[in-house]
Design a protein around this ligand. Structure first.
Ligand code: NCD
Ligand code: ZN
Ligand code: ZN
Length: 356
């Protein structure tokens, strides 16, 4: 049995408010613990979005009542509410700016709002971006002009990771994350799985995937799940929303990569604990750790999931490495031994802390 620190996911969608039929704080943080995560950062593209102080305050209260693990919230930038950024900041861990189209209407396409974000958001808190293609260069330019950290979410293309590598070599304050689905799947899987493998950024070519793996020991800072649950009926509808769940599959997939010699266990901890904590300035969690059996083989199954959406694009895949136990602040909050799923979660709703 291996003892590792509790994992941190800097990119989770928990769907509160407005999307509770997909996920809520209770089911999402249960899925987090079942995946070995003891601290997760929730994204602001909810309905309404976490872009006003009122919605932010209410959502924090809901998080505090229901969460099984520690949670921080992202504030979202939106042109109509850009004057609220200063009021939002005390409630949020970081700011999220969506430069490209994805799930939900939260988007920034005008330079005035971008400048307002960089001028008014506190310098002590990171600005994270959903930026695809040339928009990565926009983010790098803003990081350089304002000399402040920018974090790029779910980088998926060779040209993007290469540009971020160049920016880092120039000493610019940029960081980035990649997701397990962009490391373990290509456009061929999207053809096979249809809407169940549709996400933003879309799955890429084998060359893009190879580039992400090649930069995993250097340019990539974090491994983030982009846990983006949608109901199966929504994914199978005429107008399927983009996004796939990921909290409960990230660790087994990455342990499988360790088993195959594709990355070291030390690097896995850097990507999933140390760098996330440093970049987002997150507190230590005392007496917090997970136990994993690195040799155990399992097959990923929809029946074993805690996420409300109840499906994963990785169903049927055999992985090596299984989570056995999660301890948060000295308490066993998850134990994988009971046969019945509902007996594995031992945390009380509300026992998680809401940051900051
Ligand atoms: C995310 C979602 O469903 O909220 N979807 C996705 O395809 N990744 C939004 C996002 O992270 O861009
Ligand atoms: Zn995104
Ligand atoms: Zn996302």
């Amino acid at each position: 049995m291996l003892k590792l620190p509790g994992l941190i996911d800097v990119h989770t969608h928990l769907r509160v408010p407005g999307g509770e039929h997909k996920e809520d704080f209770q089911t999402g943080t249960a899925a987090a613990l079942a995946g070995g995560f003891t601290l997760i950062l929730a994204m602001p593209n909810t309905s309404p979005p976490l872009a006003s102080a009122g919605v932010m305050r209410e959502t924090r209260q809901k998080a505090q009542r229901a969460s099984h693990c520690d949670v921080g919230l992202f504030a979202g930038a939106s042109p109509g509410q850009r004057r609220q950024l200063a009021d939002l900041a005390p409630h949020a861990v970081a700011l999220k700016i969506y430069l490209n189209e994805t799930f939900g209407p939260l988007r920034v396409e005008d330079l005035v709002t971008l400048l307002t974000c960089f001028q008014t958001w506190p310098r002590s808190k990171v600005i994270a971006m959903h930026a695809e293609g040339p928009n990565v260069a926009v983010g790098i330019g803003l990081a350089a002009a304002y000399q402040r950290p920018v974090h790029f979410c779910h980088v998926s293309r060779q040209a993007e990771i290469e540009l971020i590598a160049v920016a880092k070599r120039q000493g610019l304050p940029v960081t980035c994350e990649v997701t397990p689905h962009h490391l373990f799947m290509t456009a061929a899987d999207a053809d096979r799985l249809g809407p169940l493998a549709d996400m933003r950024p879309t799955l890429a070519t084998a060359a893009d995937v190879d580039a992400l793996w090649a930069h995993l020991d250097t340019t990539v800072d974090c491994l983030a799940t982009d846990h983006a649950p949608h109901a199966l009926a929504e994914k199978q509808s005429a107008n399927p929303p983009p996004g796939v769940p990921g909290l409960e599959t990230a660790l087994p997939l990455m342990l499988t990569a360790v088993h195959a010699g594709r990355l070291s266990l030390e690097r896995l901890i850097e990507l999933m604990v140390i760098n996330p904590r440093r970049i987002f300035n997150l507190p230590e969690q005392p007496d917090t750790y997970i136990e994993v059996d690195p040799q155990a083989q399992t097959t990923i199954s929809n029946q074993e999931l805690h996420t409300r959406c109840g499906w994963t694009p990785f169903a049927g895949m055999t992985v090596t490495g299984r989570l056995q136990r999660v301890v948060l602040r000295g308490q066993t909050v998850y134990d994988a031994s009971p046969a019945e799923l509902k007996n594995r979660l031992l945390a009380r709703p509300g026992s998680g802390h809401v940051l900051p």
